[in-house]
Write a protein that binds this ligand. Structure first.
Ligand SMILES: Cc1cc2nc3c(=O)[nH]c(=O)nc-3n(C[C@H](O)[C@H](O)[C@H](O)COP(=O)(O)O)c2cc1C
Length: 173
């Protein structure tokens, strides 16, 4: 392992959501390398309910970009990955399992010098199902716009630790 704990912490702290991308497509081998690692995310009972849809069709990317105002990064992304969850594989926690796979994708992409942004899906599940031909038991947990970054955003602010930590019992509000 060529990575110290401090390097790993720095790596985690320097991931940013990227919303502007260069035009070149990410080679499919690289996307496969990322999805290969995403399979190692934890899931309830190791159910692995995630299925991945790689999208490189401009028309479909544009359609997805219009599902809501936050979808705009898909307009200039060369590709996207939809993390689609099979509810039948993990009925109690398919969304949590798929959120884990999503963050794995974001982190591996960051390690490879790629940028991603998570596009919200929860309010538009049926619209996305229709665009992508998904049956009812498949829920899109996330859409990740992915590509080579064409921006270097400043870090977003974080809530101070003292406002989010309790000891033993809930202590906030
Ligand atoms: C569940 C979820 C939904 C999000 N939806 C959107 C979205 O629809 N559009 C967008 O541009 N960013 C979206 N984001 C990205 C967040 O805005 C971003 O992660 C947050 O502002 C922190 O910035 P950072 O990722 O650069 O640390 C989403 C993130 C999560 C986890």
């Amino acid at each position: 392992m060529g990575c110290s704990p401090d390097d790993l912490i720095e790596f985690l702290k320097t991931r940013r959501s990227i919303r502007r991308f260069r035009k070149e497509k990410v080679p499919m081998e690289i996307i496969e390398k990322i999805l290969d690692v995403a399979r190692y995310a934890p899931s309830a009972h190791n159910s692995q309910p995630w299925r991945f849809i790689v999208i490189d069709d401009r028309g479909i990317l544009d359609e997805l970009s219009r599902i809501h105002g936050g979808g705009k990064p898909l307009m200039n992304a060369p590709q996207a990955i939809v993390v689609a969850c099979d509810e039948r594989a993990s009925p109690d926690s398919y969304l949590l399992d798929c959120a884990n796979a999503t963050i794995y994708i974001q982190l591996v992409a960051h390690a490879l010098g790629l940028g991603t942004v998570w596009i919200q899906t929860m309010r538009n599940i049926d619209d996305i199902r229709k665009i992508l031909g998904m049956p009812k038991y498949i829920t899109p947990a996330s859409i990740l716009a992915i590509g080579y970054p064409d921006e270097k955003p400043e870090p977003r602010p974080r809530i101070p630790l003292e406002k989010i930590i309790c000891i033993n019992k809930y202590c906030l509000d």
